[in-house]
Design a protein around this ligand. Sequence first.
Ligand code: BGC
Length: 758
Amino acid sequence: MKKIVKAFVFLGIIYLPTIGIAQDKDPKMKPFIDGLMQKMTLEEKIGQLNLPSVGFDVTGPIVSKDVEESIKKGLVGGVFNTFTPIAVRKLQEMAVKQTRLKIPLLFGYDVIHGHRTIFPIPLGLAASWDLNLIERTARAAADEASADGLNWTFSPMVDIARDPRWGRVSEGAGEDPWLGSQIARAMIKGYQGDDLMKNNTIMACIKHFALYGAAEAGRDYNTVDMSRVKMFNEYLPPYKAAVQAGAGSVMTSFNEIDGIPASGNKWLLTDLLRKQWGFNGMIVTDYTAINEMMQHGMGDELKVGELALNAGVDMDMVGEIFLKHGVDLVKSGRVSQAQVDAACRRMLEAKYKLGLFNDPYRYISDERNKSQLMSADKLQLSKEAAIKSMVLLKNSNQTLPLNSNQKIAFIGPLVKNQRDLIGNWSGAGDWKQATSVWNSLEQKYGIDHFLYAKGCNLVDDSLLRNKLNPHGAEIVPDEKSPQQLIDEALITAQQADVVVAVLGESFGMSGEAASRSVIGLLDNQVDLLKALKKTGKPIVLVLMNGRPLTLQWEERNMDAILETWFAGTKAGSAITDVLFGAANPSGKITMTFPRSIGQIPIYYNSKNTGRPFDINQKYTSKYLDAANDPLYPFGYGLSYTSFAYGDIALNTSSINPFQKITASVKISNTGKLDGEEIVQLYIRDMVGSITRPVKELKSFQKVFIKAGESKNIVFTISNDDLKFYDSNLKYASELGDFKVFIGSNSRDVKEAFFKLTK
Ligand code: BGC
């Protein structure tokens, strides 16, 4: 059903109602909740705002105590980290049978890139630029999660990230606000479907609101400071898009915005999110984020509780500040009864929209649990997603695809590895079910065919290993010395026609609390590659990792490089399909790969500055010891075939704000294989009332073109594509000159000009 969305403008700010959830319109919801709230005591209302964790996957200290007792007293609104029909039923029965008002619980979990069947990490999925695929993975995740008793996921993470040192770049869609917005919408649609009440849809949670990806120096949880113009143009769009797509909940971020932590920031949560954007779902904090406001220096427990409630927070994740102090805060007048009522109402509305009042057990079904979890169609989707997420970064002399008649040596600690393939935030996934590269080779060709050597430890550095192991990595150094491992690898490589080195990060090296100050391959892995290089054999580097890496040496010295991220349950099978040419890679990176850490932050949609780099001029913006351009630009990725771009043809050279312009370009597959190309359209606003980026992605098309054939690709540009927030935060286009670029990545483009006139 299509909804008509009417916007109205007040003081130059656009107020947009959200698309919302079908149940928003249910006339029975309000009277039902009114009736229920009349019966509730203040304590019970505050109980609804309490979200303890019951389970094992925690990302901070466990604060909640005696949760079961609290549930029975009606002092819990939902729990997270509990799943499986049996575990969920037990707690839901407590809420429904043993409390005075029988209000059911929400069951949340971090279902981030799949639940039981694991898909590639979000940064990998984004590299597919395939919105339908991304939506299908979210749909499959919702199918599984809902069959496992869950009705709420803490996803999607839509934080724009420009600093690959930040480990959580792996959880998002990369650096671009426009693409990030499309992906956010696709995920919301996948999780929530068109009806949240169905027993196979779950409530999404937009996180982390806001700007979490801009942590200074890429250090997790660090301070964020940013101008409003930058926020509105570059960081806020994906959150807003997800709100407009009807996401049922929003999670606050750990960081501060304008000096006030998100969980206590009234401007952010009430003025912007609720009033300007029209968000009518519920707001949950991140893990103990209210308590952490004390460390931020905002005051004692009472003060931070007061700040959070008055800012507009509805639910306190784990911290129990509301539970402890909510009643006193209301009784002392520091927080109004109306504020608590509003928060409680939103919690109850979320439960109503999920259909929990009709049937608190609707997400608990042993039968669906058996039929949905890791079903054949989901495993197939996992493989498809893994293939489409892979990015071919280099392929000289057509080293890839490999020929199975060649003698091939697979070398590296990740060849036989299963543990790392499912990446971080895959708590309900079972890595033992993941297909390793070696498993897959065995299944497809028989291993007698291939040579193997471990070559090095995944992590040699004992300090790093000690930091990774407590979080579930079981990295054990090999009994053989590093030199012995390398010697063995060299003997193996000597017998081969080609070497495939499978290297990268351990899964714990990206994700939360996994910032790195150096983002290359670890030294011991590079030592192995350097030794292998001396054999003179062609080397294919297969990478598994959760962030852009610095790969200058590898780019110069490897013959081919395939970025596979942490590709999920079917990783190995997808990788071997791509290596041997059963699938042609088509992914493109959605985050810039820098040459060196010194270039960070580096992103494609930067400003020109008053002194743009000019090799012939001394006083221009540059480094003395490094290039300005990245190693691999945003949008970059190769194919086993090649594509040639014709010039851009515009149907007119000027339009007014009510007209549209079409830009077409002929793309030819000039290689010998069929393949898919992601054709990207960027725009530059040449003159503005504020400075404008040198390029902004505004559209793309993913097209399949047969070898030797051509296609004419047509884009339509409208006034909406030219709008931005000016220094008064007014969202509008400005008349003048524009450049349009079309190309295979943000660097290699054709260009044309047009004007926007009155
Ligand atoms: C993370 C969130 C996550 C939450 C619950 C926090 O530490 O920042 O992304 O949803 O834990 O597990």
